[in-house]
Design a protein around this ligand. Structure first.
Ligand code: SAM
Length: 437
């Protein structure tokens, strides 16, 4: 955006009751950002945006298209609202804001086929494809049911590409507690960029004024750290997101190992001879037929992963544990090794899955690391290489955990031994105690 459109935008905000005591929008390496006009202390308010400038489900409901957007999910109705305002051009009261929105980000949803080929084999690629299919099907629905049926309300053309763009805008510009039903765009405040060095989400913003003497609500953004005049004010977007989620939502990643994850998906197959019992057991323990376990680099396995795995593999002479008399205690048994066969099976299954997944990537971790060190990658290549290296590192970690387990199978204690011990039939050195006759 031009300097003039940035000035227009600031003036627009001020004329509508916004308060900007200490920052100005301006160009920064991350696109646009908020630049301190004087030293700003920690916890100082940098901008206040009144509710009448937020774009949320209420904005759409009270607009000309409110009537036809009734049953839509908030994001879909907000998407339609923004796209329609865009087609109105000068006639739109939101023009100063629309003018400063970026035409795209580095989110993988905007990557070309060639760029996507750089994440061949990754979970991020399948998620990206899935998300685009979802957006496409949502677009097909609103096009048929709303846009084409209300030509008078939507005189301009709105395409799938427009819809994907606005989806990307909403994903990248919504604040972490303002999603789902509370989804809202907060003009101006949404110019704030993410800084990985800020490791707390506290302080950054709050909604104020609710019900206070009938005063309007406003969104108040604060500086989480001291910022020198001329430098950029940033926040931490979301500590919970993995690099894959950051790449998909915003188009950047961090070099923080806690963001490197791989999601293992496990399921009770319908073809399993004990399908009904196993399903009952997982459901009793708050899990489902299909379960997802996020494994994080350098961290221990999610506690419920091993019991779930053991249950999936349970069969043969261990199947008696599935009988209903064990129903209340089965999960406790599954938290510890059940039998050598069962433990061996889970190691084999997991290691095969890791090998399989690892063989789908085009490059090795070492090749990726060399590329990263070479330093001449563009922003999307950096994301691609970082993501595929990260996933592989986690897969290698999972494989090594189960490789170690495999080598310890003889030394583990299994259900039958624990049981005999409980009954007092095994001595401390493992010898079976016989009664004298
Ligand atoms: N820079 C944005 C703009 O020009 O409108 C304003 C922030 S907007 C809420 C989020 C987007 O800013 C992201 O999708 C990404 O494109 C960019 N961004 C924010 N923080 C970033 C960072 N640390 N590194 C790279 N890009 C960043």
């Amino acid at each position: 955006p031009s300097d003039a459109s940035l000035v227009d935008f600031s003036n627009w905000l001020l004329s509508k009751g916004g308060v900007v005591p200490s920052v100005k929008p301006g160009p920064v390496p991350e696109g646009l950002g908020l630049i301190a006009q004087r030293d700003i202390s920690r916890n100082e308010v940098v901008v206040e945006v009144p509710k009448k400038l937020w774009i949320d489900a209420d904005t759409v409901a009270s607009s000309e298209i409110g009537q036809v957007c009734g049953g839509l999910r908030p994001w879909v109705s907000i998407a339609l609202f923004l796209l329609r305002e865009k087609t109105l051009g000068d006639a739109s009261p939101w023009k100063p804001y629309l003018n400063v929105l970026p035409s795209s980000t580095d989110s993988t949803i905007f990557w070309s086929e060639e760029e996507l080929s750089q994440i061949q084999g990754t979970q991020l690629l399948s998620t990206t494809i899935g998300v685009k299919e979802y957006v496409e099907s949502e677009f097909a629905k609103v096009e048929e049911e709303i846009i084409l049926k209300s030509k008078n309300l939507f005189p301009g053309s709105i395409t799938y590409d427009d819809f994907l763009w606005v989806f990307g805008i909403l994903r990248s510009r919504s604040f972490s507690r303002l999603r789902g039903d509370n989804l809202a765009l907060i003009p101006f405040a949404d110019l704030i960029n993410h800084n990985p060095d800020i490791t707390s989400e506290d302080l950054a913003w709050e909604i104020k004024g609710k019900g206070l003497f009938g005063r309007d609500q406003f969104f108040s953004l604060r500086a989480p750290l001291f910022v020198k005049s001329g430098e950029q004010v940033c926040i931490q977007y979301d500590l919970e997101k993995s690099n894959a989620e950051l790449a998909l939502d915003y188009g950047f990643i961090e070099s923080n190992p806690n963001r490197e994850t791989y999601t293992l998906m496990l399921e009770i197959a319908e073809s399993d001879p004990f399908y009904d019992d196993k399903l009952d057991i997982v459901e009793t323990n708050g899990l489902n037929e299909t379960a997802y376990f996020d494994i994080v680099l350098g961290q221990t396995l999610t506690p419920q992963l091993l019991p779930y795995l053991r249950l999936v593999a349970l069969g043969g002479t261990d199947a008696f544990l599935l009988e209903s008399i064990f129903r209340n205690t089965i999960w406790g048994h599954l938290e510890l090794p059940v039998s050598r066969e069962n433990e061996e099976a889970i190691c084999r299954v997991v290691r095969d899955a890791c090998k399989n997944a690892l063989s789908a990537y085009d490059t090795s971790v070492e090749e990726d690391e060399r590329l990263m060190e070479s330093g001449n990658l563009d922003s999307r290549m950096k994301i691609a290489v970082g993501i595929r290296a990260g996933e592989k590192r986690v897969l290698q970690q999972i494989d090594s955990i189960f490789r170690n387990r495999e080598s310890e199978l003889d030394g583990l204690e299994y259900y039958q031994e624990r049981r005999l011990k409980d009954l007092g039939l095994v001595g401390d050195n493992g010898e079976i105690i016989f009664w004298e006759s």
